[in-house]
Design a protein around this ligand. Structure first.
Ligand code: NAP
Length: 492
C-alpha cells in the first residue's frame, strides 16, 4: 500500500491544530531526504494542552477501571490494525528496518492491551487494623503527567508511558524527540479514533529545551516520565527536585556481555551480534562492552569478527538488511568521533570503523559494524555510551575479575551472560549491577517484567503490573467501627 505523510498539524489537548512554535523537520537519514516538516508546539500550545488536560482528567479518573480499560483495548486494536502504517512512518522517521519497526508497533499494541488488563484487575488493599476501625490503602491518579521520549524506539517508548498513565486515570502530555516526531502523532490519531476523550492526550513536538522544559517546570504537571540520555535526565531531576515532583528516569547504558569458556559458542555469537548491532547499536541496552574469558578470547573474537563482517548493511526497506542507517548524520558523526577516540586511546579496529564504501549508501548516515580491541575497561571508549554499532572487546581471567570489571562503570542497565554452568550464571547475575540480566540470550522483553536501570542508567521501573502504580499516589483511609468517643477526650 502506498503511504503518504499527513499534514503539519500537532495534537493539542485533543484538537489538531497548527503549532505556533518553531517548525520541526523529520529527515530520512537513509538517503538524506526530508520526510515532512511539521509545526512545533509553542508555550501557548503547551498552556492550551495543559488547560484541556486539566478539564478532561477528573471525568476520566472518575470512570471505573474497566471503562478506561475498554478505551485502552480499542487503542491496542487500532495499533494492531495500523502496524504497516506505523512501521512505515517510524522507519522513515528513524531509518530503522521495517522488520524492527513492525515489531515495535506490535509491542506498542501489546502494551496497551496489557495495561488495559492491569487497570481492570489491579486491586486496592484492605490492610490489617490494630483497633476498632477498618483501614484501606487506595491508589489515585496523579493528574497530569508529562512523558518525554527519545528517538530510538519512539512508538514503543511512547506506549510504555502513555498506556499505564492513562490506565491509572491520568491525562498525558507527550513530547517526542525532535528527530522523530511523526510516529507519536500517529499514536494520537489512533487514540482519537479509539474514542479517547478529548484533552486526555496531547502530542507536542518541539525542542526539549523549550517545550520539554516548560512541561517539566509547569506547576500543573504532577509527574515526569522521561526516557533519554543521562545528562538530560540529570537536568530534569534537578528541576523535579525544585517542585518536589516524582520523576522516573530511563537513561543510557554501557552494558557488559560476559562470555565464559564453557558457553555454546554459536549461541553466544548470534546473541552478541544481535545485542550490539541490531538497531545499528542505537539501543540503551546494547551489549557494548564484551568480556571474553582469556582461554578462548582470541579464537572467539576471530569468529565474531568474521560473523560481523558478514552482516548486511543496507537500506531500511530492504528485507535482507540487518544494520541500517543511523538516525541522523550528526549522530553518525558522533559515533565516528568515538571510533577516532578509540584509536587515540590505543585501540585496534578489528572490523568496520568507518561509513561503508558502497556508492548506494553514500547519501545515508550509515556506519559499519565495528569491533575494537586492545583497550582497558578504564578507557573513555569503554566507559561512555556511544549509541552506535561499536563493540569493545576485552579479556578476563575468572568470575571475580569479570564481576569487578563489569561493575566498574557508572551505568547499570543490562548485562548478558553466556555459559553452560547454570549455577555460575545465577551467581554472576546477582553480583552484577544491572536492572536486567539475560542468561544465554539477549534483548528479550516481556511487558509483564519490570524494566529500568541503576546508577547512571536511571531511577524507577516501567512495565509489569507495578508499572501502573508509577502513575498513582497512595492514600490510607481509616474508618472507625466502634461508635465510641476516643478515651483521651475523657467525656464528662
Ligand atoms: P536526549 O537527548 O536526552 O533526549 C530525550 C528527550 O528529551 C527528547 O525528547 C529531547 O527533546 C528531550 N529533552 C532534551 N533536553 C531537554 C530538556 N532540557 N528538558 C526537557 N526535555 C529535554 O536523548 P536522545 O538522544 O533522544 O536518546 C538517546 C538516549 O536515550 C540514549 O542515552 C539512550 O541510552 C537513552 N534511552 C534509554 C532507554 C531506557 O529505557 N533506559 C531507552 C531508550 C533510549 P529533543 O529531541 O528536542 O532534544
Amino acid at each position: 500500500m502506498e503511504q503518504r505523510f499527513r499534514d503539519d498539524l500537532i495534537f493539542v489537548g485533543g484538537l489538531w491544530q497548527r503549532g505556533r512554535g518553531a517548525p520541526i523537520t523529520s529527515q530520512f537519514a537513509a538517503d538524506g531526504s526530508v520526510n515532512a516538516t511539521i509545526s512545533g508546539a509553542s508555550a501557548e500550545d503547551v498552556e492550551e494542552a495543559i488547560a484541556r488536560a486539566r478539564d478532561a482528567q477528573p471525568a476520566w479518573a472518575a470512570l471505573r477501571p474497566h471503562e478506561r480499560a475498554t478505551v485502552l483495548h480499542r487503542i491496542s486494536q487500532g495499533l494492531a490494525a495500523g502496524i504497516e502504517r506505523i512501521a512505515w512512518v517510524q522507519s522513515r522517521d528513524t531509518s530503522k528496518t521495517l522488520t524492527e519497526t513492525r515489531a515495535l508497533a506490535a509491542s506498542a499494541a501489546a502494551t496497551f492491551r496489557y495495561f488495559a488488563a492491569v487497570a481492570e484487575t489491579m486491586d486496592d488493599l484492605l490492610t490489617v487494623p490494630r483497633g476498632d476501625y477498618t483501614t484501606a490503602s487506595i491508589h489515585e491518579p496523579l493528574g497530569l503527567v508529562a512523558a518525554i521520549t527519545p528517538w530510538n524506539s519512539p512508538i514503543a517508548s511512547d506506549a510504555q508511558k502513555v498506556a499505564p498513565a492513562l490506565a491509572a486515570g491520568n491525562a498525558v502530555l507527550l513530547k517526542p524527540a525532535s528527530w522523530s516526531p511523526l510516529v507519536s502523532l500517529e499514536l494520537a490519531r489512533i487514540a482519537e479514533e479509539a474514542g479517547l476523550p478529548q484533552g486526555l492526550l496531547s502530542v507536542l513536538p518541539g525542542s526539549g529545551r523549550e517545550v520539554g522544559n516548560l512541561l517539566v517546570e509547569h506547576r500543573d504537571i504532577a509527574k515526569v516520565s522521561f526516557t533519554g540520555g543521562t545528562s538530560t535526565g540529570r537536568r530534569l531531576a534537578h528541576a523535579a527536585a525544585e517542585k518536589l515532583m516524582p520523576i522516573s528516569l530511563e537513561l543510557g547504558g554501557k552494558s557488559p556481555t560476559i562470555v565464559f569458556e564453557d558457553c555454546d559458542i554459536d549461541l553466544a555469537i548470534a546473541g552478541i551480534l544481535f545485542g550490539i548491532f541490531s538497531s545499528s547499536g542505537q539501543s540503551c541496552i546494547a551489549g557494548s562492552r564484551l568480556f571474553v574469558q582469556r582461554s578462548i578470547h582470541d579464537a572467539f573474537v576471530e569468529r565474531l569478527v568474521t560473523a560481523t563482517r558478514a552482516l548486511v548493511v543496507g537500506h531500511p526497506f530492504d528485507a535482507a538488511t540487518q544494520v541500517s542507517s543511523l538516525i541522523h548524520p550528526e549522530h553518525r558523526d558522533s559515533v565516528a568521533r568515538y571510533v577516532d577516540l578509540a584509536r587515540e586511546e590505543g585501540g585496534t579496529i578489528l572490523c568496520g570503523g568507518a561509513p561503508p564504501a558502497e556508492m548506494a549508501l553514500q547519501a545515508g548516515a550509515y556506519f559499519e559494524p565495528t569491533i575494537i580491541s586492545g583497550l582497558s575497561n578504564a578507557a573513555r571508549t569503554c566507559r561512555e555510551e556511544i549509541f552506535g554499532p561499536v563493540l569493545v572487546v576485552m579479556p578476563f581471567e575468572d568470575e571475580a575479575d569479570v564481576i569487578a570489571q563489569g561493575n566498574d562503570n557508572d551505568y547499570g542497565l543490562a548485562c548478558g551472560i553466556w555459559s553452560s554452568d547454570h549455577r555460575r550464571c545465577q551467581r554472576v547475575a546477582r553480583a552484577i549491577r544491572a536492572g536486567t540480566v539475560w542468561i544465554n540470550t539477549y534483548k528479550q522483553f516481556s511487558i509483564s517484567t519490570p524494566f529500568g536501570g541503576d546508577g547512571d542508567s536511571g531511577v524507577g521501573r516501567e512495565k509489569g503490573r507495578e508499572g501502573l502504580r508509577a502513575y498513582q499516589r497512595q492514600k490510607s483511609i481509616y474508618e472507625d467501627m466502634s461508635g465510641r468517643p476516643h478515651p483521651w477526650a475523657r467525656w464528662p
